[in-house]
Design a binder for this molecule. Structure first.
Ligand code: ZN
Length: 340
């Protein structure tokens, strides 16, 4: 009970990419050296989680620069040369995005080698993350489909094909990151959920969706400041998630203004990955502070349903801070487990 996990990413070592930078360029130019550096970084990321006592580990997303664009490089129909500057997450920030120019098609395995490598490094349960269809659609320029739901469905089919391969390669938990769910609230119960359900169709593993308020970057902090005293976004979308085919929902609670009772909206039907580690602060939480968040979640869900987790990815943090936060997460969960 109260098994710990992280949302996905961990900081990269300086010999792999520039530290404390989002979407940092790789340090090595030579492909063979880069491959070796990525694999060494994955080994370390898994080891750090094991040592901290994290139960369900990830590869720390060490092999990708960007959590969305990483998957797109092996999909036909996307022009990476044609970067279009678009406002994403409802114009919260501008980004230079690749452009969809023709019918989308998976050209072959995307993350298979990464999963097989990570699987060979650990006996613990392994989680792997991919962006969800709505978030992918929101991070691309479109010159072909002209319709977001249609393009999301095309991606959902590709994600499902890929997911099946990853499950066969030994993934225990497959998580789709959908920060866009917190932005396009009206579209979640309709095409957002429809596409996500298609992505997890007939998958023989635990499935999760991660919905957050983003990394601690300036544009997000400014956005959060406009959201008022109580953040209502989850309350609007969780009823649709309760009825979905997803097994687990990863939510941000540590240091946020999300009311814990939103968990009730999942109706006891889903596991909750309770964000008990704030990724926007420069120091680790005390064990007691983590425990307090978990205890408070237990007022609205049974301990069997609760998985203490981080709020979001830790890639922009200094490595020492992220390591301390992993330990705090594990120790906080242990405190509560001892009380059960
Ligand atoms: Zn996140």
């Amino acid at each position: 009970m109260l098994k710990t996990t992280i949302t996905g990413s961990l900081p990269k070592p300086s010999w792999l990419a520039q530290p404390e930078t989002l979407w940092a360029p790789w340090a090595a130019e030579d492909p063979a050296k880069l491959e070796e550096a990525k694999q060494d970084a994955v080994r370390l990321a898994i080891r750090d989680q094991e040592q901290a006592g994290i139960d369900i580990v990830t590869d720390g997303e060490q092999s990708r620069q960007h959590f969305v664009h990483g998957i797109l490089e092996k999909i036909e129909g996307i022009d990476f040369e044609k970067k279009t500057r678009i406002g994403i997450r409802d114009d919260r920030y501008d980004a230079d995005c690749p452009t969809v120019r023709s019918e989308l098609k998976r050209m072959g395995s995307i993350h298979g080698d990464e999963v097989r490598f990570a699987r060979a490094q650990t006996d613990r349960a392994l989680k792997f993350t991919m962006p969800g269809p709505m978030t992918i659609v929101d991070t691309l320029a479109d010159e072909h489909y002209g319709d977001r739901p249609k393009m999301a469905m095309a991606f959902a089919e590709i994600l499902n094909e890929e997911a099946k391969e990853l499950v066969a390669a030994g993934v225990d938990v497959l998580q789709f990151d959908e920060p866009a769910f917190n932005v396009y609230l009206d579209a979640v119960p309709t095409w957002g959920m429809e596409a996500l359900n298609r992505a997890v169709e007939n998958l023989d593993c635990t499935t999760a969706v991660h919905i957050c308020y983003g990394y601690g970057i300036e544009a997000n902090l400014q956005w959060k400041a406009t959201l008022g005293a109580v953040w209502e976004q989850y309350a609007e979308i969780l009823p649709a998630l309760a009825e979905s085919d997803i097994d687990q929902v990863s939510l941000e609670f540590a240091g946020s203004r999300v009311p814990m009772e939103v968990i009730k909206l999942l109706d006891g039907k889903k596991d909750v990955l309770v964000g008990a580690i704030d990724v926007t602060t420069p120091t680790a939480e005390s064990h007691e502070k983590v425990a307090a968040v978990i205890r408070s979640a237990m007022e609205f869900a049974t301990p069997e349903r609760i998985f203490p987790c981080t709020n979001c990815g830790m890639v922009p943090l200094p490595r020492s801070v992220s390591q301390s936060k992993l330990k705090a997460l594990s120790a906080g969960a242990a405190l509560v487990r001892a009380e059960l």
